[in-house]
Design a protein. Sequence first.
Length: 490
Amino acid sequence: MKEKTPANDYLYFAELAIEIVPDSIGKDEVTIVFTASQEGSSLLDNYPWFKGEPGESVQTPRRWHYGLGKLAELDETKAGEILFSALSDAASRLAAANLQLPSAFYSRFSPEKTANMIAMAAAGASTPVDRMKSKPSSQKIILKKIGVVVPKTYETRFGEALTKYKIQARYTNGMRSLQVLPSNVVYSDTIIERAKEIAQINQLKITIFGKAELEAMGAGGILAVNRGSRREPAMAILEYSPKGAQKTLAMAGKGVTFDTGGISIKPSEKMHDMKYDMSGAAAVLHAIGAAAAMGVNTRIIAAIGLVENKPDGSAQNPGDVYRSLKGHTVEVQNTDAEGRLVLADLLTYLEKEYNPDLIVDMATLTGACVIALAYHYAGLFTPSDETAKTIEKAAKDSLEPVWRLPVDRIYREMLKSEIADFNNIGGRYGGASSAAAFLSAFLDHPEKWAHIDIAGTGMIDKNIGVYQANASGYGVRLLTRIAELMAGEK
């Protein structure tokens, strides 16, 4: 597969060759056939034990068979898992393959969702994340072409959806390539290079603020978090402004390229996973790229704040007070609640400078959200029922699930400080909601805002559906779909 390597050899955009083929019969390629079970009946004469149950497979020279189980019991996560498993098997063994799903699969999940699942499963299966090994498994990938046998009834809808999901899959892989790499490879300068590349490819306006500019504007939260790092902080703004766009979507992404917790240091166990704390910024950055490449008719502003949170002699101490870009003073009782300080400045900047119709921030913000929702749903927080409805529809359409959690006056009151306008933590309980309430305090119109906590979905340690362990790529499809809905697309 072709790769672009602007920053170093490990960053890439994978291009997918997926197309509709009229029929699998007579083709030289292996056809991968997915079969639903039928009341325990055997489905292959030469393999009587194959009954089409999930996890069952039979591979012959020309046809590989995979079981789906009962379609009535099959959900999108399990369907994605089966597709991902089959394409992972094929990736290192076949140069080309055709996929054949039963017609009932398309009617159960829709041609659009079927195209989504296939594109994302193919993207993940063909781009492993172990690229820093001396002999990475990516060297064994030979799958370059995938044909899909689509029932005539669904060809048009499937084909239109496949065009856009191939773009989204490519940008999701771009996000994954940033997520998985360690902080000595991916830091503020690396991500800025990726931002410049996306801006150049899609003719986006990009503005970059370094430490001096952040100090001049008074972005106290971003600066406070980064005080212990030898690397300089940065903020980047990307703008996509299509002609005729009626609405503006602003997106903010937390980009903590490594989070030790600062002086309130984290336990050493699994601290290495804190390289994923920039996943929100990676999602926002690649979502604006995908939306621009698709030609979505919504004006989009993407803001990312890039910092490291480390315990140095210059680092902020628990109990320190800083002044935010909004002008609020904040007592930092816990330096490990740092992402919200970065996001607060981004949200203030976006609202003041662009007055968008909707602001959506995305961040690996709280462990409390993982405790509440595990790794299967992102937490959705907004005071607006209308905004929640839009994002929940986008989540359903994009197959990137969210679950709404509360954010209201009760949680704002938990943030009271004796010496400043706000405390950065709200106590032991309700941590995901108090974090969201903190963000809302930095907006004049929080009813036009939503916070999406991806601490679970952005940092998974096993395959879930079409998501590959260690670098999920969650968020690109969801944010892109929100932009589509704002443009009035169905």
